[in-house]
Design a protein around this ligand. Structure first.
Ligand code: MOS
Length: 734
């Protein structure tokens, strides 16, 4: 499907404009910044999960070479907690300040920050810090430790769910559990903090998905006006949600820099990154489905409990998609959270809904088996043609097309539904499928665009590129509207000195940022037209509206003048436009979601107990893909994360003492290249112009929804085993 005619650059496969800088090492990640006199921080983690720190013996560490200072509860400034408000823009991941008291709430919680001349010296000294604890009884290691239900935090009901279950001829009732997952971004969390102007101005380089949230939170914590704090994040080695909001290492590092009057950089070692910067919480979900014999759903119940920490109340909303997922009159969802002695969880790619759709889409498959119905036909039968939650029409929904197109490419019609009926040599083939969905939302955004006399354009916005391709789609947008080639558009992102931009999260960046960039571009072009038609201008006396834009030039009456020529006549070096965009009232008229379908083939070799995902065919409906090559990579990456979720990943906490056992990449298993299946990802091209002028809803998260269920459903088809606990291990199949 081709780009629609009105767009020449937007919608076209575009190589990443930052690709060369990344491949040649010129891209400046946080750890690439070195400042004169810079010191290195290395945190000391607690080795218990629940208790009190009694003594901290620092003598041996202080005597180590290069040690400058050691910060801890008895030696730390008095700071204020951030209000942690999304609305005020100062949300943080963990509200508790570092070293706030002597209580220990999770394994890995910081006891101290050793600061030394080199990283090696700081690390060596950190290992010499001796802590003595009083360990408390009553440690809650996790959901699996007991049957505690936690506190109810959300509840939704429509219709009469219990009444409907009472008369449903078919009822499915099953409980699904998922282990906690670690984000493991390639680049660990890192902070470089420097105080300037005699301690009146704080400049922080941070690997973050939200420079403005971190700026505002630091301003609250250090009691500064936000203008006195600058946060910079030019390049990020991904985040997947655990870099959305600030963690305590950044506060400790900024405090150390102020106390010592020198810049301090802290890079979290992988183990501490996995202990202290969040995870997708473990979950237990009960799904009840009531249906007629023809497969019509009459009642859905989705009860979830997810973990949070002892210090924060993080809600991973597993039932978020359920009220909108299927046409069904009676639905109830209930969300509880249970406080456990683990670090604070946080959003992880498709937070809540990725877990929720594992349960829901597994249950739909179980219902199809119970009804002796094709699971594809069951989903089509219950497709919701308007949003059953709001009653509003969808802005654009093509789930049926996703299901049918992916089924056709996969060859679903040739599937033998019998358990273990499909074989290839020693391998049993299992085929399963599931639907995908993720909400679409926008945030306010501002941008600035400068047309320069050298023929280049500068676009600036304080959002970030977390590796998803934001630099490139901003350049494409400017190129689209100016006709200046992408290579001549310079994009600046990731600084709080730029016009305020949104979080890189929630799949909202594209839809939030591009309309603002377009508005700023149009503003700059309007200013240029004004100059060109004014006294001494290239088109003096002409009506501004008569001037067209063509390939970096103004055109009218068969004449053209390059932007550079227009500016040059007036000895201008550049001309700047400002623009902003924010959600309008579109949500009063339409419901906005993205949709998709995954079809999966697994191969199970019982002789050697090998289970692998061999093939994934997906169709995704996210409106317009601005850069189809980067968009496809988002979905392919999400599928790989889904393989991890389904078959490999899980943080293991010792049930006796809540210590995290596998905080390293040897014992925490993630998919590697050898696990990559044959991937066939199709992006449907149904631009959603009700959402924004580019028709894009965003693509970061949807690929991860439904994929784990599709894999589990394929495993059932191959083996006859319905495994409701993730990750599915070969041990469980033996
Ligand atoms: Mo995503 S969990 O919003 O980074």
């Amino acid at each position: 499907m081709s780009a629609s005619p009105e767009h020449r650059v937007v919608g076209r496969r575009t190589p990443r404009v930052d690709g060369e800088a990344k491949l040649t090492g010129r891209a400046d990640y946080t750890v690439d910044h070195r400042l004169p006199g810079m010191l290195h921080g290395y945190p000391v983690p607690a080795s218990i999960a629940h208790g009190t720190l009694e003594t901290l013996d620092l003598d041996a560490a202080r005597a180590m070479p290069g040690v400058v200072d050691i910060l801890h509860h008895g030696h730390f400034p008095d700071l204020r907690r951030s209000p942690n408000s999304m609305r005020q823009g100062n949300a943080v991941s963990e509200v508790r300040l570092p070293f706030e008291d002597d209580r220990i709430h999770y394994h890995g919680q910081y006891l101290a920050l050793v600061v030394a001349e080199t990283l090696e010296q700081a690390r060596a000294a950190a290992f010499r810090v001796e802590a003595r604890y009083h360990t408390d009884a009553g440690t809650v290691a996790g959901l699996a430790a007991g049957d505690a239900e936690g506190d109810e935090v959300r509840h939704y009901t429509r219709g009469e769910p219990e009444l409907a279950f009472g008369i449903a001829p078919v009822i499915l009732d099953a409980t699904y559990t998922m282990a906690a997952e670690s984000h493991v971004p390639l680049e660990p969390h890192a902070t470089l903090a420097e105080w300037r102007e005699g301690g009146q101005r704080l400049v922080v380089h941070e690997s973050t998905q939200g420079v403005f949230y971190q700026r505002n939170a630091l301003a609250c914590i250090f009691d500064l006006s936000p203008e006195r704090v600058e946060v910079i994040s030019h390049y990020i080695g991904s985040g997947f949600g655990n870099k959305l909001f600030m963690w305590p290492h950044a506060v400790a590092t900024a405090a150390a820099a102020r106390m010592l009057g020198r810049p301090v950089r802290t890079v979290l070692p992988r183990q501490q990154d996995m202990m202290t910067t969040g995870h997708r919480p473990a979950s237990r979900q009960r799904i009840r489905l009531g249906a007629e014999l023809d497969g019509s759903l009459t009642s859905i119940q989705h009860d979830s409990v997810t973990e949070t920490s002892m210090v924060d109340r993080y809600i991973d909303a597993c039932g978020g998609a359920t009220p909108s997922a299927y046409a069904c009159d009676s639905v109830s969802t209930r969300q509880r959270i249970l406080s456990v002695h683990r670090g604070t969880p946080c959003p992880m790619r498709a937070p809540g809904e990725a877990s929720g759709l594992f349960a829901l889409e597994s249950a739909i498959d179980e219902l199809a088996v119970a009804l002796d119905m094709d699971p594809l036909a069951l989903r089509l039968k219950n497709d919701a043609h308007q949003d059953p939650r709001s009653g509003l029409p969808w802005s654009s929904k093509h789930l049926d097309r996703c299901l049918e197109s992916a089924a056709e490419r996969f060859g679903w019609a040739a599937r033998d539904p019998g358990i273990g009926a499909m074989r290839d040599g020693d391998e049993i083939i299992g085929q399963g499928m599931a639907a995908a969905t993720w909400f679409a939302a926008r945030q306010p955004c501002a941008a600035r665009v400068t047309l320069r006399a050298d023929g280049t354009v500068l676009a600036a916005c304080g959002t970030q590129d977390i590796g998803t391709g934001t630099y490139t789609i901003v350049a494409q947008t400017v190129a689209e509207l100016t006709g200046v080639p992408v290579e001549r558009v310079e994009v600046r992102l990731g600084e709080t000195d730029l016009p305020a931009g949104p979080l890189s999260g929630g799949s909202m960046t594209t839809a939030s940022t591009l309309p603002a960039v377009a508005a700023a571009t149009r503003d700059a072009l309007a200013a240029l037209r004004k100059v060109a038609t004014g006294p001494g201008g290239a088109f003096e006396g002409l009506d501004r509206d008569a001037l067209g834009i063509e390939a970096g030039a103004l055109v009218a009456e068969g004449r053209r003048a390059d932007f550079a020529e227009v500016l040059g006549r007036h000895h201008l070096t550049d001309i700047t436009g400002e623009g902003s965009a924010a959600p309008g009232d579109e949500r009063q008229a339409y419901s906005f979601r993205s949709f998709g379908a995954h079809f999966v083939e697994v191969r199970w070799d019982p002789g050697i107990s090998r289970l692998r995902v061999a093939r994934v065919v997906s169709s995704i409906d996210v409106g317009r893909a601005i850069n189809p090559v980067a968009a496809r990579h988002q979905v392919e990456g999400a599928i790989m994360m889904g393989i991890g979720m389904a078959l490999l990943e899980g943080l293991d906490y010792d049930p006796r003492d809540a210590r995290l056992i596998n905080a390293n990449l040897a014992d925490y298993r993630i998919p590697v290249h050898a696990d990559t299946p044959e991937l066939d990802v199709e992006l449907l091209d149904y631009p959603d112009y009700r959402f924004n002028e580019f028709g894009a809803r965003g693509i970061g998260e949807i690929g991860l929804t439904g994929i784990a269920a599709a894999i589990a459903n394929a495993v059932h088809h191959a083996t006859g085993q319905r495994l409701r606990e993730l990750p599915i291990t070969v041990e469980a199949l033996m």
